[in-house]
Design a protein around this ligand. Structure first.
Ligand code: EPU
Length: 340
């Protein structure tokens, strides 16, 4: 099929970002394979356009129309590619929904991803910010990925070390930013599964079960998420809007002296992670509205679309919160979503 017949022009992205922000892209290409990307590179007009890689749209804020080409991961397929005594390798195409992958693994009796149940977004986007929740980061079960280099059309594979995963961070946010379109991700899932109940709230949710199954852990995570986080299908949002800031233990101790309620967690590298939701709540922003954007009533870390919000509404609110937290606590908050 010629590329021109699958490209859409003046394409609305409202249904392709979980904030539900209206924004149009000049051109839009659904990407099902590396061949689609190669055809795009071979087209002298298309290859010159600014590019925006899009997965489930659950981690972006669109601040205006996009004058370029959206490359939307639309591939599908999940398969077991290898297994030994210790691990099962499962490969999923980038366009698969994250929750669909979690459910598939559970249906196949494969544990490892259950703490990451109900995270919105696609498989291909998961490594970019190393999604994490309830004591587990995706990097723990990551094996490798295949990506397409948009600068020269080469295909390459990266293992876990090469992805340089950190807290909501990876090489795709730094050296490979805007350059690598992830095509598929392979996960290494343990054959001998044990529940990870390190997150206190999850352990409490399952306290009545002596030996919870992976399905029960998944159900408990889903129940906690439904209680605290807005469903993007109902209220537009992009999950946590800010990262939990990492500060020195000295600064944490200073803050603790003035604010005994401060929530923090010591990190292996000697730093301390502060609960940004707590900082924001202390500044009085929880449940507040500014323009058409607001702070979710049950989780101050989540900004929501109160109806018809534009990217500018969300960013204006985010900036007010960021400056308030900086003034009061001397801590700088960093936005988690990609701002386009
Ligand atoms: N808190 C408040 N007020 C609030 C929100 C939180 O005081 O309005 C305090 C609570 O005391 C709680 C602590 O902050 O003890 C942590 O809150 P929570 O367990 O809700 O987690 P979080 O740190 O706010 C992070 C992730 C979430 C993930 C949860 C669970 C980040 C930026 N966010 O949130 O991830 O689901 O932990 O593991 O790390 C996301 O990235 O989009 C996301 C939702």
């Amino acid at each position: 099929m010629p590329l021109s017949s699958v490209i859409s022009r003046d394409f609305s992205l409202r249904l392709h970002n979980t904030f539900g922000i209206e924004s149009h892209a000049d051109s839009y290409l659904p990407v099902r394979s590396a061949a689609d990307l190669q055809a795009m590179l071979d087209d002298p007009q298309l290859s010159r356009l600014p590019q925006l890689m899009l997965g489930g749209g659950s981690n972006i804020v669109l601040t205006g129309d996009f004058h370029g080409l959206v490359l939307h991961s639309c591939s599908s397929g999940i398969e077991i590619v290898d297994a030994d005594d210790n691990t099962t390798l499962v490969r999923a195409a980038a366009g698969v929904g994250w929750q669909a992958l979690v459910e598939w693994t559970l249906q196949h009796g494969l544990g490892g991803l259950e703490n990451l149940s109900l995270i919105p977004g696609s498989v291909g986007a998961a490594p970019i910010q190393n999604i994490g929740a309830y004591g587990v980061e995706m990097s723990a079960c990551f094996h490798s990925l295949t990506a397409f280099d948009l600068t020269d059309g080469t295909l390459f594979t990266l293992d876990r070390a090469a992805c340089e995963f950190g807290y909501r961070d990876s090489v795709f946010k730094r050296a490979l930013r805007g350059r690598a379109m992830i095509l598929d991700v392979t996960f290494a899932l343990p054959r001998r599964w044990t529940p990870n109940l390190r997150y206190a709230e999850l352990a409490a949710e399952l306290a009545h079960l002596p030996a919870p199954s992976m399905q029960q852990v998944s159900a408990a995570v889903s129940a906690i998420r439904r209680r605290k986080l807005p469903d993007p299908a109902v209220i537009g949002n992009a999950g946590s809007f800010f990262k939990n800031p990492l500060v020195s233990r000295a600064l944490r101790d200073d803050l603790l002296a003035s604010y005994p309620g401060l929530v923090s967690h010591d990190q292996p590298d000697g730093s301390s992670k502060l609960a940004a939701g707590w900082l924001i709540e202390q500044c009085g922003w929880k449940g507040k509205t500014l323009g058409a954007a607001g702070v979710y009533e049950k989780q101050a870390l989540v900004l929501v679309n109160r109806g018809g919000a534009r990217g500018a509404d969300v960013m204006a609110l985010a900036q007010k919160i960021e400056s308030h937290v900086r003034q009061r606590f001397g801590v700088t908050l960093e936005a988690e979503p990609v701002i386009v």
